[in-house]
Design a protein around this ligand. Structure first.
Ligand code: KG4
Length: 360
């Protein structure tokens, strides 16, 4: 079985070919045409510019992915595509291209939720080995530019959101933080680089905890609330702005220290809620996924804390090249949909605000 996968939800045009090897998904090619250079001058993604760039690069990217996989369209058995969430104009390009291929080649069209793709990026690595470490229930911390979620899975392709951000996503916080410090776009990789040279203790930035305070019950006893699994990063951004404004001159050393303190606050908040979720739901596997999963400090801190506090749980995170947006993750998710025969034929359209629980 060969799957051609297409991803165009934001500012990367991506295509990949996934095949089956001994009952496991194998990545034959994974091509990403990044638009970062186009958007850098605007300090963020411009939806109209992104959509137009996808139109130009979608066919060359698909051709390259087939070439690298040494495959032809006639060898492809199914075409998978991101149907949402994402930017409407960007999604439409991938969805309509995939529909055309499906129609012309008379092969099934598999719509995939971008967020499940980020989770399944981790499965691409692990399912290769026979003694796979992936055991249900699986808890995923999904951190990207548009989403910050804690997702529980009791089986393949079944998702329950148990925590989410109430305002900015973690990646968005990195991007906005970098803007405040005058560091450019995308902010995550730049902040993490500057943070390596900085002192994370110099500025005291808040680690937000949304747990409500204890309340008195009818007998007058104080009752603790269940620790919150939700996130909020907008206050942290304001705190960074206030520290930056207070400085008379932002020297390179001060920027490094602000970057390190800011990164530390984001990482500690993500780790705090992840450990709480593990405590509350007792999963057997923990997955860290999404673009922000490329952050070295987050990968190392989370892995270490889980090993120390919950030694029975496997910690899995995709290779760095599969953390950001790519089509291989969409193909791997499609592989499991095909294997589980989970989808009925239906019309496919771009759905910009698609929720992960709605992916069928
Ligand atoms: O998953 P992704 O490529 O796109 C979405 O689906 O949103 O994530 C992009 C986000 C951006 O906000 C970017 O700043 C962040 O991931 N990011 C990072 C790092 N690399 C990318 N954040 C922190 N540290 C990194 N090393």
């Amino acid at each position: 079985m060969n799957i051609l996968a297409i991803e165009s939800s934001c500012d990367e045009t991506a295509a990949a070919v996934i095949s089956d090897q001994d009952g496991c998904p194998k990545i034959l090619s994974n091509i990403v045409a990044s638009q970062i250079d186009l958007h850098t001058k605007y300090g963020g993604v411009v939806p109209e510019v992104a959509a137009r760039a996808h139109i130009e690069s979608v066919i060359p990217t698909i051709k390259e992915s087939l070439k690298e996989a040494k495959a032809k369209l006639s060898n492809i058995d199914a075409v998978a595509v991101t149907e949402g969430p994402g930017l409407g104009g960007s999604l439409i390009v991938g969805v309509e291209t995939a529909k055309a291929i499906s129609l012309a080649k008379k092969i099934p069209l598999i719509p995939i939720n971008h967020l499940e793709g980020h989770i399944y990026a981790a499965f691409a690595e692990e399912e290769k080995s026979k003694d796979s470490k992936i055991k249900f229930p699986i808890l995923t911390l999904l951190v990207s530019g548009g989403n910050t979620l804690l997702v529980l899975m009791e089986d393949h392709l079944r998702y329950r959101v148990i925590g989410q951000t109430l305002d900015d996503a973690a990646g968005e916080a990195f991007d906005k933080g970098a803007k405040i410090l005058g560091l450019g776009y995308p902010g995550g990789p730049i902040i993490s680089k500057r943070a390596e040279k900085g002192n994370s203790k110099r500025y005291s930035l808040p680690i937000i905890d949304l747990t409500p305070p204890p309340k008195r019950d009818e007998n007058g006893y104080l009752k603790k609330a269940t620790p919150s699994l939700d996130f909020s990063f907008s206050g942290l951004k304001t705190a960074l702005l206030n520290f930056a404004k207070k400085e008379e001159r932002l020297t390179p050393t001060k920027i490094n220290d602000l970057a390190a303190s800011f990164q530390n606050a984001i990482v500690e908040t993500l780790v705090q809620n992840s450990l709480r979720a593990i405590e509350q739901y007792q999963p057997r596997t923990f997955v860290l996924g999404g673009g922000v999963a490329a952050n070295k400090a987050l990968r190392e801190t989370l892995s270490q804390k889980i090993t120390d506090h919950f030694p029975g749980i496997s910690f899995i995170t995709p290779n760095i090249n599969l953390c950001g947006d790519n089509a291989a993750m969409i193909g791997v998710a499609a592989y499991f949909h095909i294997k589980k025969k989970s989808q009925k034929r239906r019309s496919v359209v771009a759905i910009p605000n698609l929720k992960i629980e709605e992916s069928v």
